[in-house]
Design a protein around this ligand. Structure first.
Ligand code: C5P
Length: 296
């Protein structure tokens, strides 16, 4: 069997509203995912030696954890168990996507592992695909999006009920700012004041306006001001440095700035490379990391 090298891309949430709380403790969402070019690299090498081995080449803020705790390792383990295969695999992950950043890095890695192993072991039937999707949902709320293989998806439920969307955002550049520290997701949902039914109805209308603007092909100036993320409510007041960076990008003239997922990343939308470069310069004095990206 041959070696596979896969790109494991990050995501941003262009819209995120919390529409309810579920009996299982999770929150129901209405979200719009966009996959971006910022990516980790994953190599899968079938081995003669039984077991799953993972080495991480860290180019970001990734804190060392035991391999078995890594979502990539857990995804491989889940795959071999579900399909009744004996694991014999070497994996290498080059981490560039910041962790705990709201960019879905770990989830993307898990999806890339499932995708890669399904190719290596030829588990590609529609029934296999359904099994993979269920494995993905069990590994994390954002994993199914990355497995869906579409640049844009609407997510409902925990984010695992997906509808691929063909949008026309126009030429878009994203300035992605990671403040250098993670924001753990559970605390964000715990601190959230849940919106009432009237607010949720208003958000659904705003969401439809965003989709319409992103379908019209008029470019980012038309849709970026319509982005929204309910999770900014609990995160920004608790982390003034994120709020400051967000303000700085907005004041530098970005068409729209938003926090991604539960933070800590904020991203700014630009319609040209020159504008993106200007926004990147404006955020330079803030400590942390800045990436230029596109939808991909
Ligand atoms: O599924 P994932 O590991 O991404 O979620 C981490 C935590 O975030 C969950 O344990 C839960 O506390 C919270 N969460 C939530 N509702 C969601 C997604 C996450 O309450 N839709």
């Amino acid at each position: 069997m041959k070696t596979l090298v896969l790109k494991s891309r990050a995501k941003v949430n262009l819209f995120l509203e919390v529409t309810g709380k579920r009996p299982d403790g999770y929150h129901d969402l209405l979200t719009l995912f966009g996959r971006i070019s910022l990516a980790d690299s994953l190599t899968l090498r079938p081995s003669g030696k039984p077991g799953i081995r993972l080495t991480v080449d860290n180019k970001s803020n990734f804190a060392p954890i035991p391999p078995e705790k890594n979502l990539a390792w857990r995804a491989a383990d889940a795959f071999y168990r579900r399909f009744g295969l004996e694991p014999a695999l070497d994996m290498r992950l080059v981490k560039r996507i910041p962790s705990g950043a709201g960019l879905g890095g770990g989830s993307s890695n898990a999806a890339a592992v499932l995708e890669g192993l399904s190719r290596l072991h030829r588990r590609r039937s529609p029934a296999d695909r359904r099994k993979l999707m269920r494995l993905a949902a069990g590994l994390g709320s954002d994993v199914p999006f990355f497995l869906a293989g579409s640049v844009f998806c609407e997510g409902r439920g925990r984010g695992e009920k997906l509808k691929p969307l063909r949008l026309r955002p126009g030429r878009t550049f994203l300035v992605v700012y990671f403040p250098g520290f993670p924001v753990p997701t559970p605390g964000v949902y715990a601190a959230l004041r849940r919106p009432g039914p009237a607010e949720v109805s208003a958000s659904r209308r705003e969401y439809r306006r965003l989709l319409k603007a992103m379908s019209a092909g008029a470019g980012p100036a038309a849709w970026a001001p319509l982005m929204k993320n309910r999770l900014e409510d609990p995160v920004l007041p608790a982390h003034p440095s994120i709020a400051r960076a967000r303000r700085r990008l907005a004041e530098a003239g970005s068409a729209g700035v938003m926090m991604s997922g539960s933070g800590s990343t904020v991203f700014a939308v630009a319609g040209s490379r020159a504008e993106a470069a200007r926004l990147a310069r404006a955020i330079k004095p803030c400590k942390g990391m800045v990436f230029l990206a596109e939808f991909a």
